[in-house]
Write a protein that binds this ligand. Structure first.
Ligand code: IPE
Ligand code: IPE
Ligand code: MG
Length: 258
């Protein structure tokens, strides 16, 4: 991957990443426990996956659980892990049937063993699929991902298998959890907060950001389509001028690499 990818100028984003926020508040506003909101949130995943497929978005990444979410009350964390297990149990067969390739980003080894097992099974059973790409961010943190990449790379240097002089973005990004994924074109955050919460900080360098006040359980297929419409109306300039971007010839210029 080049330092800044400029090839994604289409009307439909190639990669949409969603910060699925607001389950807890949605439930609390209805006088229900937070886990009820998470339950509804999981049900919504299926709807949005279908909407993304229908819209021909080939890569969808869902922020399901952050490293920092581990600091929530124990029963909420356990509830989330059980929901993850139930979701995957139900969906493995559909993913295999529909040609969906499931990937994960994050420190899966930091999940409880029963969750790890089902995650590994789903990844393994779908690894030769190539019709569509679903990625779950599980126990994910962008800073932790970066440190992990640096650690692995530094070990290569100390064993003489890599040289710091040759370090460029292509090399570095190949050590990130997202090595096989294109950068996100569109990041959607539900429930109104204007922040990234440690999600894809490096990969989001030129992502378009869309924040909706709708909490995740109410983020319907129609709302997803609205986000895509908004994306289609944006002009991605990658540091250039609008005039340059509108001149087709500038699109084929080689981006600067370091
Ligand atoms: C998102 O909803 C799901 C996870 C972070 C696991 P929240 O649980 O963060 O919901 P709010 O933000 O408290 O409403
Ligand atoms: C981000 O939401 C993480 C996920 C959606 C999984 P949070 O609810 O954890 O983010 P903050 O704490 O409001 O920044
Ligand atoms: Mg939240």
């Amino acid at each position: 991957m080049t330092l800044i990818e400029e090839d994604s100028q289409g009307e439909v984003p190639r990669h949409v990443a969603i910060i699925m926020d607001g389950n807890g508040r949605w439930a609390r506003n209805r006088g229900k426990p937070r886990l009820f909101g998470h339950h509804k949130g999981v049900e919504n995943v299926r709807r949005v996956v279908d909407a993304a497929k229908e819209a021909d978005v080939p890569y969808l990444t869902l922020y399901a659980f952050s490293v920092e979410n581990q600091n929530r009350p124990k029963d909420e964390v356990t509830g989330l892990m059980r929901l993850l297990r139930e979701f995957l149990k139900k969906e493995i067969r559909n993913m295999v049937k529909d040609g969906v390739r499931l990937r994960t980003i994050g420190d899966v080894a930091g999940l409880p063993e029963y969750a790890q097992k089902i995650v590994e099974e789903a990844v393994e059973k779908t690894k030769s699929n190539d019709s569509w790409n679903l990625t779950l961010a599980l126990n994910y943190g962008s800073r932790q991902e970066t440190l992990n990449a640096i650690r692995v790379y530094a070990e290569k240097i100390s064993s003489g298998k890599a040289s710091p002089k040759e370090l460029n973005w292509d090399t570095f990004s190949s050590y990130l959890y997202t090595a096989e994924l294109p950068d996100p074109d569109l990041i959607i955050r539900t429930s109104g907060e204007h922040r990234l919460s440690n999600f894809l900080l490096l990969q989001a360098a030129y992502a378009e950001i869309y924040v909706t006040p709708d909490p995740w359980p109410e983020f319907t297929a129609d709302k997803f389509h609205l986000a895509l419409q908004d994306y289609a109306s944006r002009e991605r300039r990658y540091g250039k001028t609008g005039e340059q971007i509108r001149l087709k010839s500038s699109i084929s210029e080689t981006p600067v690499s370091v």
